[in-house]
Design a protein around this ligand. Sequence first.
Ligand SMILES: NC(=O)C1=CN([C@@H]2O[C@H](COP(=O)(O)OP(=O)(O)OC[C@H]3O[C@@H](n4cnc5c(N)ncnc54)[C@H](OP(=O)(O)O)[C@@H]3O)[C@@H](O)[C@H]2O)C=CC1
Ligand SMILES: CC[C@](O)(C(C)=O)C(=O)O
Ligand SMILES: [Mg+2]
Ligand SMILES: [Mg+2]
Length: 330
Amino acid sequence: MVKIFYEKDATYDAVKDKIIAVIGYGSQGRAQSLNMKDSGLNVVVGLRPNGASWNKAINDGHEVMTIEEAAEKADIIHILIPDEVQPKVYNEQIKPYLKEGKTLSFSHGYNIHFGLITPPEGVNVIMVAPKSPGAMVRKTYEEGFGVPGLVCVEKDYTGNALDMALGMAKGIGLTRAGVILTTFREETETDLFGEQVVLCGGVTELIKAAFETLVEAGYAPEMAYFETCHELKLIVDLIYQKGLQGMWNDVSNTAEYGGLTRRARVINEESRKAMKEILKEIQEGKFAKEWGLENIAGRPHLNAMRRLEKEHLIEKVGKDLRKMCGLEKE
Ligand SMILES: NC(=O)C1=CN([C@@H]2O[C@H](COP(=O)(O)OP(=O)(O)OC[C@H]3O[C@@H](n4cnc5c(N)ncnc54)[C@H](OP(=O)(O)O)[C@@H]3O)[C@@H](O)[C@H]2O)C=CC1
Ligand SMILES: CC[C@](O)(C(C)=O)C(=O)O
Ligand SMILES: [Mg+2]
Ligand SMILES: [Mg+2]
């Protein structure tokens, strides 16, 4: 049985007198630092001075400094820059200031789990990970609630590392929704699997394949977009709020019968075999090795895929329709 912590289970005691340096001010950095600051915690933001984030963080009211200054000043160093740049920034700008008793913190276990960052003895290593994109971390907090999250402790030098992780999770708003106690390995492998197979990889390929099938059969791209992409959110919202059963109850009997009888032809034995292979690549470190090499080579594959994704007809049709519906400004 997993252990889940809620608001009543967490206090600020272990973090209220600490300085928390959030390194990075992107999707997670902005949301988490603003939430922790608004919760009354002592937050500073560490950034590169010539980057786009610097003025953004200042304009949001943060005390902003270089990464080195933040790492030196802080008791808890919460690393929220992209996974692939963390090892270099850690080695050059953070490690020299990681003195005994300090805490190194992450929102994804990637670099610790795959051994790309090796913290010294005498420090805590923790994770506080929202299970949500950054924009929702901030939005739900401002609405008085929060998104669910994960906490875990890899090294507990001071004996209260979990209390620190829970204090940060509370400050970010995660304990309002519930925080699961997990491990770096479990978080890393399930997060990578989820984003590759369902949340980012699987769902986009399903949308595109269905869109292309309708357009190639002569249906209007606008019709295809509404049916295979736009309406997906409405169905996912039902699943999110009421579970699969709730969704089946809300759609027509025709949709329920058609969906239940046809779905295994789309996601079939071959797809399940592919899922197992993808999980194995993650578990054995093959994906991490491939992503590392892609970065060393200057991301040729990622850049080419980004270009193709951008040029797809669904993006043009979708942009016009979202503008028409008032969902997108420009
Ligand atoms: N995106 C998400 O919603 C989620 C992310 N996570 C995890 O959170 C962590 C942060 O991810 P995310 O928020 O997406 O990151 P972002 O890509 O949004 O981070 C951008 C920030 O990193 C800074 N940055 C980028 N490169 C460098 C560099 N070489 N040196 C110094 N600063 C740099 C940028 O500064 P500048 O403006 O100067 O370029 C900017 O402030 C990752 O571990 C990720 O796996 C976990 C859950 C969800
Ligand atoms: C689903 C993608 C994610 O894992 C996330 C928002 O949680 C990420 O790495 O951005
Ligand atoms: Mg995730
Ligand atoms: Mg992820």
